[in-house]
Write a protein that binds this ligand. Sequence first.
Ligand SMILES: [Zn+2]
Length: 305
Amino acid sequence: MLGTASQAPTRQRNQNGYLLRWDGTGFLFDPGEGTQRQMLLAGVSANDVHRICVTHFHGDHCLGVPGVVQRLSLDRVTHDVHAHYPASGAEYFRRLRYAASFHEVATLREAPVEQAGVVATGSFGTLEACRLDHRVETFGYRLVEPDGRRMLPAALSELGISGPDVGVLRREGVLHRRGRVVRLDEVSVPRPGQRFAFVMDTRLCDGVYALADGADLLVIESTFLAADAALAAEYAHLTAAQAARVARECGVRRLALTHFSGRYPDPRPFYEEAAAIFDGDIVVAQDVSRIPVPSRRERDEDAGR
Ligand SMILES: [Zn+2]
């Protein structure tokens, strides 16, 4: 959590900025103004950034792009960095990218989001975008890791399976061993893929639910408290209560609330409002803090163990 304020920074909160470490890939979401320095405070280097994902082109979600982009070159980041943003804002991105003179040596590949759907695939799984409902074109993002299987060492050794045979079994699903056929499901259990969802400025809409569906970690804006629901509707934002209802209905495991309006000096009511609705894990995000993606669901019980 690099920054957690909406619109204008406060003494306690910087404008938006979120770095997701997803195995070996770093996703930088919505770098607002000051993100470069927040990265420093959080111990994140330019080398940790592989993809930049911008939901929309209001300043609190993108004014950090110039600093971050220039830092990639200053630090001579050698891997390609990919940038995703609503295609309708390509002109804004171009201006942010070249807002000032610098020696461009890093490779930044732009892949604007034209429509909802798959944005990128890789070792991280699938990065998808869904349309949200704000005052300018906005896309939320989610990461979906494919389901896999976790091998059970005890079951493998019982059957004398080791080394390259494990790979064969994984790839082909069966292995001929000691005159019989061993099936993959005898020596492994399902390993459900993990999901991360990032929902920024929006009214409640289908896209919010589609993104949040089954998320292990949902990072979602809750600009307002329910007492100010009229303001939330007027400015096309969510309340903490709405975010909590989404988390409850979508089977979210950990709910991270952020993008708070500066009108609320005390963050506790956001927790209380959400906790009255959602009984999962709730974190009211703070700047320069870490929120772990919950560890994998264990489904050993499903396999009768
Ligand atoms: Zn915003």
